[in-house]
Design a protein around this ligand. Structure first.
Ligand code: ZN
Ligand code: ZN
Length: 415
């Protein structure tokens, strides 16, 4: 494969500045307006045909270079409702009103700013080196990954009808592994997640007269304890699943039995069968405990978000491991253990019924003394080192795209 080459020092500086700017200006899911504007401008400048506003704030850029496969490269753009505590000079300070009208701080605590900067850098290199490959590059910048909504929104808004379906979908994510490394996991890499809201109905009464009420707090407590037996008693030990009660709310006054309790459940599993069984067990427990308490009405269960499991095509992964090893050396290519976290990246592959690969990009400071834990994704202290993370991420995307794009017969040719 003729070499497209790495980033020049000027390009590296420019991308580092772009990264710091994105980090300083985090935006919420479906509110990535500024980010999308920057992305669109940069893609156009590189020579991509660009469309904005796909599925809300999504951006797609297309670059064609003759006949060949279509390779989708994906970055996500949204930040998290978190107050940054990294102390970095380019720490984010933006805030946003949440669903309850409360002012909430924002932080790029999952590294999506790094994903955007890397894909912009890769788009520049692929455009500059387009004589070295044949096919189509589809650069996708999706909104709202953190709420499992952005990939679906772009697909439902006709991403593939408008730009053509890809032959392979590729994406990367920064993780607290040593910066400069690339991590692979063939097969199942991330779990599926379902988030449910459960509303339990009781009957309010004076705090001194429990016999006149039906206490939803006691009902909720019984539900919480009973839910703990699903994974421990109903899921086979070799399988993986998690049931977490992430939020539990009831009552206002100190002398009153409230009339309802609400809880948010975060449920994770790798296998669809296990997920189905766990969800059925959750519903059974919630309904049975409500009945056991004599609840005046059955409980209500509502799905808040739903992430599919992320599956890496083993053959495509193997090709990337080979290509990355050739480009970066075996010492910088490693294994990624399957994780219970979730992503909506997998939808880009499954929607077109084509292979997809999602690899890890190490972002932790390799010089950091090994005396403590490196802050991970979603920590208010999460602080990827810009280099070598950025240039590795750019070159990984270019290398991965080139692995699936066609190389012209003479390796380079035409100018
Ligand atoms: Zn995240
Ligand atoms: Zn993320």
């Amino acid at each position: 494969m003729a070499d497209i080459g790495g980033l020049s020092e000027a390009a590296r500086d420019d991308l580092a500045e772009l990264y710091r700017d994105l980090h300083r200006n985090p935006e919420p899911p479906f509110g990535e307006v500024r980010t999308a504007g920057i992305v669109a401008t940069r893609l156009r400048r590189a020579g991509f045909e660009v469309a904005t506003g796909i599925g809300g704030t999504g951006v797609a850029g297309v670059l064609r270079s003759g006949e060949g496969p279509t390779v989708l490269l994906r970055a996500d753009m949204d930040a998290l409702p978190l107050a940054e505590r990294t102390g970095l000079p380019y720490a984010g300070t933006a805030t946003v009103d949440d669903a309850h009208g409360e002012r909430t701080p924002l932080m790029h605590a999952c590294g999506h700013d790094m994903h955007v900067a890397c894909l912009i850098g890769a788009a520049d290199l692929l455009a500059a080196g387009r004589d070295h490959w044949r096919g189509t590059v589809l650069a996708v910048f999706q909104p709202a990954e953190e709420i499992a909504a952005g990939a679906r929104a772009m697909l439902e808004d006709g991403l593939y009808e408008r730009f053509g379906a890809p032959d392979v979908a590729l994406g990367q994510h920064v993780f607290p592994y040593p910066a400069g490394t690339l991590l692979h996991c063939p097969g199942q890499v991330l779990g599926a997640t379902e988030t449910l809201e459960v509303r339990l109905h009781g009957k309010g009464a004076h705090g001194s007269q429990p016999e006149r009420g039906i206490d939803p707090v006691v009902l909720a407590a019984a539900v919480v304890m009973r839910l703990q037996t699903i994974v421990s008693r109903e899921v086979a030990p070799a399988e993986r699943a998690v049931v977490t009660v992430a939020r539990l709310r009831a009552g206002h006054a100190e002398n009153t039995i409230p009339d309802e309790a609400t809880m948010t459940l975060n449920i994770r599993a790798f296998s669809p069968d296990v997920m189905r069984a766990v969800l059925a067990a959750v519903e059974r427990v919630v309904r049975a405990e409500a009945a056991a308490s004599g609840a005046p009405r059955p409980p209500e269960l509502r799905t808040l978000s739903s992430f599919p499991a992320t599956y890496n095509d083993p053959v495509a992964t193997e090709r990337l491991v080979e290509a990355f090893t050739g480009r970066f050396g075996a010492g910088r290519v490693g294994d990624l253990a399957p994780m219970m976290g979730s992503e909506d990246f997998g939808l880009f592959g499954s929607a077109a019924d084509v292979p997809s690969v999602f690899w890890g990009l190490g972002a932790a400071d390799p010089d950091r003394p090994a005396d403590g834990e490196v802050p991970g994704n979603h920590s208010p202290l999460f602080a990827p080192v810009i280099e070598p993370t950025l240039s590795t991420g750019v070159e990984a995307l270019v290398t991965a795209a080139r692995t699936f794009l066609r190389t012209p017969p003479d390796g380079a040719a035409r100018s």
